[in-house]
Design a binder for this molecule. Structure first.
Ligand code: FE2
Length: 291
């Protein structure tokens, strides 16, 4: 097994998304437009909302890719113009294939908004091949109890397998673009070396604690993304002298290697296709959300 080395380390930038909620965004950024096949990673929060103050993302369109939302805390209500709706809470995942186009809203669930509380989660955008960009929209929910969890023999490494496989467990979801989406919690003294298919690009986003990773054993602190070079495995370790566990998203996928043109919520292969997406949205051809 050839352990992967780190190619680059990127700091997440704090910004505001949707109707005005805080996110930490490692990419897209001027120095890192994408990690093919991934187009965007947002850490939503963590944020403490006062009663009645939680903010989400009201009606907006997407075309040409998939959005994957993973909630750690809080509750979100999804509705879209294809007729799908659902509420996701702590540990749940929502996988939306925008394909040809949907208008959707991603809002704090009514009761959560009323009471306020702690909200934390992730949104990942996964690109689609040119031939799949105009497929029909699809909405899948993956509730917490359908997401396999595994723990290492020494009890120091835990993983939730959202897509792909780790520590002998395989995810329940089938993805259009082959990817692995693993949420690791590693206690001090813990170490794991998952095998990563050689044809996948790979990155690790640390969102709490500190991790030592890569062939050159570099320390990555919370709020940083490491992008790896070629190889067949990635080592993730938390030194025994750390006083807290670390949490990491390990994301890998087969790159599409196609031209990518993005404009806000649309990601296509050519400028002309972007113009068409804008025109279709403005003409109401992505539908609207039934109230
Ligand atoms: Fe969205």
């Amino acid at each position: 097994m050839k352990e992967r080395a780190i190619d680059s380390i990127v700091d997440a930038v704090e910004t505001i998304e949707g109707g005005g909620f805080p996110v930490r965004r490692p990419f897209p950024a001027p120095e890192l437009q994408q990690v093919d096949p991934f187009l965007l990673l947002d850490e939503m929060g963590p944020v403490d909302w006062e009663p009645g103050k939680a903010i989400g993302a009201p009606d907006h369109p997407h075309r040409g890719f998939e959005t994957v939302t993973y909630m750690l805390e809080g509750k979100m209500q999804h509705k879209d113009s294809a007729g799908a709706s659902g509420v996701i809470g702590p540990g749940d995942v929502q996988w939306m294939t925008a394909g040809v186009g949907v208008v959707h809203s991603e809002m704090p669930e009514k009761e959560f908004r009323r009471t306020g509380g702690h909200s934390h989660g992730f949104q990942l955008w996964v690109n689609l091949l040119a031939r799949d960009k105009m497929i029909a929209p699809r909405y899948q929910e993956l509730p917490k109890d359908k997401i396999p969890e595994a723990t290492s023999e020494d009890g120091l490494v835990g993983v939730r397998v959202i897509a792909g496989e780790a520590l002998g467990k395989t995810a329940a979801i089938e993805t259009r673009t082959p990817i692995m989406y693993l949420h690791y919690t590693i206690k001090p003294g813990g170490s794991t070396t998952p095998e990563i298919p050689e044809d996948h690009q790979a990155m690790a986003y640390v969102f709490s604690g500190q991790v030592v990773t890569g062939r050159d054993k570099r320390k990555i602190a919370a709020g940083k993304l490491a992008v790896f070079g070629p190889g067949s495995s990635i080592r993730l370790s938390v030194p025994a002298d750390q006083d807290a566990a670390a949490q990491i998203l390990l994301l890998t996928g087969v790159p599409l290697r196609e031209p990518m043109v993005r404009y806000g919520p649309f990601v296509m292969n050519t400028k002309e296709e972007i113009h068409k997406a804008i025109a279709d949205y403005q003409a109401g051809r992505m539908g609207k959300i039934a109230s």
